[in-house]
Design a protein around this ligand. Structure first.
Ligand SMILES: Nc1ncnc2c1ncn2[C@@H]1O[C@H](COP(=O)(O)OP(=O)(O)OP(=O)(O)O)[C@@H](O)[C@H]1O
Ligand SMILES: [Mg+2]
Length: 345
C-alpha cells in the first residue's frame, strides 16, 4: 500500500511559498504570582513541504508555541502580540468557530504524551471515526470511513484489524503510530508533532520518524517537530530553531545550525548531546538551570549562564539577526563562539 492510493490527495508543493509565518509572537500565562513569559518574540517561517524542528530544554516554551499555533492554550494564557499566519491568514484574528474549522483539516497536532491519552474503553478505530465525524459528518458513509481508516493505518504501518482493538492491546510504538494516523485523518497541510517519539525506544523512534518523513513527502505536508533532543530532529528537519526561556535564540538551515551553532546556548546544548552519526567529540554537560519565567533575566535571558556574557548582555536583549544564508542568531557575541569541530577527540 502506498500513500498515493489514499483518498487523501497529495498536495502540489511550492517550497518557495510560505505556509506558516510566526511573527514576533508573545504569549504569557497569568498565575497568582504574576505573569509567566512563556513565549517571547518568536519569529520563524515554514515553507510548503518543509519540516522545521524546535528544540530546547524542558520549560523553554516549545509546547506553548505549538498550542499557540492551534489556539488551544489553557484559560490562563493570553496572546499579547504578534501574528500567526497560515497561508497569509492571521489565525489570531479568526473567531473561535473559524479556528475550529481549521483545526485537524488544515493544522493537526500530535500532542505531547498523546499516546497515553487514548480512551481505554473505546476501540481505537471508533476514536478516529469520531474525529472524522466532527469534520466530515454526512460526507463519508460508515463504510467509506472504515476504508479511509484502513488506508491511514496502512500508511503508518499498522494492520487494519488493529482498528477494532482497544488501546491496551497496542504497544507504545503502535499507539503512537495510531496517534499519527489520527492526525493525518483529515488531510492537514501542516502537522505539529510535539515530542512524537520521546517515550519510545531508539529503534522504534527511528522507524516512526522515518515513516513520518516519507508520509510528509508523499502527501506534500509540512511539519513542525518539537523535541528536547536536538540530534533526533536534526535528522528529519530542513530548518532548526533553538529556544531558550521563551526566546528563539538561533534559527536556520538544520545542517548549518547543527554543524556550526553560533548561539552560546545552542553550542553548549550540542556539546552536551552525544552524536550517533557525526564525528566523535568530547561531551560537556550544560551547567545551571533555565530561569524562572515569572521573573526572566533582563537583557539576554541566557546571560546568567553564558560564558561569553558581557555587561551589555545583562541590559540589552539581542535581536535575531541573519548572519548569512538564512542562519539567524540572537547574540551580541556570536562571532566568539568556537567551532564544534575543534572539540573532536
Ligand atoms: N498553564 C500554565 N500556567 C502557567 N505556566 C505555565 C502553564 N503551562 C506552561 N507554563 C510555563 O510556561 C513555560 C513554558 O512551558 P512549556 O510547556 O511550553 O515548555 P516546553 O518547552 O514544552 O517544556 P517540556 O520540554 O517540558 O515539554 C514553563 O515555565 C512552564 O512552567
Ligand atoms: Mg512541552
Amino acid at each position: 500500500m502506498t500513500l498515493s492510493q489514499l483518498s487523501l490527495e497529495a498536495r502540489q508543493v511550492d517550497p518557495s511559498l510560505p505556509l506558516l509565518e510566526v511573527d514576533q509572537l508573545v504569549m504569557h500565562y497569568k498565575i497568582k504570582a504574576g505573569s509567566v513569559s512563556a513565549v517571547d518574540n518568536v519569529t520563524f517561517t515554514l515553507h510548503q513541504g518543509e519540516a522545521i524542528g524546535l528544540v530546547g530544554e524542558s520549560g523553554c516554551g516549545k509546547t506553548s508555541v505549538a498550542l499557540s499555533l492551534l489556539r488551544l492554550l489553557p484559560q490562563n494564557a493570553q496572546h499579547i502580540s504578534g501574528e500567526i499566519r497560515l497561508n497569509g491568514e492571521n489565525l489570531l484574528w479568526l473567531s473561535a468557530e473559524e479556528m475550529r474549522q481549521r483545526r485537524w483539516k488544515d493544522i493537526a497536532m500530535v500532542f505531547q504524551g498523546a499516546m497515553n491519552s487514548w480512551n481505554p474503553v473505546y476501540r481505537v478505530g471508533d476514536q478516529i471515526r469520531e474525529a472524522l465525524d466532527t469534520h466530515y459528518r454526512g460526507v463519508m458513509t460508515y463504510a467509506e470511513q472504515r476504508a479511509h481508516m484502513e488506508k491511514l493505518f496502512a500508511a503508518v504501518g499498522l494492520p487494519a484489524d488493529m482498528l477494532d482493538r482497544y488501546p491496551h492491546e497496542f504497544s507504545g510504538g503502535m499507539r503512537q503510530r495510531a496517534v499519527i494516523a489520527m492526525a493525518l485523518s483529515c488531510g492537514p497541510q501542516l502537522i505539529i508533532a510535539d515530542e512524537p517519539t520521546t517515550a519510545l525506544d531508539v529503534i522504534v523512534q527511528d522507524q516512526i520518524l522515518k515513516e513520518l518523513k516519507r508520509i510528509q513527502a508523499d502527501l506534500g505536508m509540512s511539519i513542525v517537530y518539537i523535541s528536547h533532543d536536538i540530534a533526533v530532529i536534526a535528522e528529519v528537519t530542513d530548518s532548526l530553531g533553538v529556544m531558550y526561556a521563551g526566546n528563539l535564540v538561533e534559527y536556520g538551515p538544520t545542517a548549518d545550525v547543527f554543524a556550526r551553532p553560533r548561539h552560546p546556548y545552542a553550542y553548549l546544548l550540542l556539546r552536551s548531546t552525544p552524536s550517533i552519526t557525526g564525528p566523535r567529540r568530547k561531551l560537556a554537560p550544560l551547567q545551571g538551570e533555565p530561569p524562572d519565567l515569572l521573573n526572566p533575566p533582563t537583557g539576554c535571558r541566557f546571560h546568567p549562564r553564558c560564558p561569553f556574557a558581557t555587561e551589555r548582555c545583562a541590559v540589552e536583549n539581542p535581536p535575531l539577526e541573519d548572519i548569512g544564508g538564512g542562519h539567524k542568531v540572537a547574540c551580541w557575541h556570536w562571532d566568539q563562539v568556537p567551532e564544534l569541530e575543534g572539540l573532536q577527540r
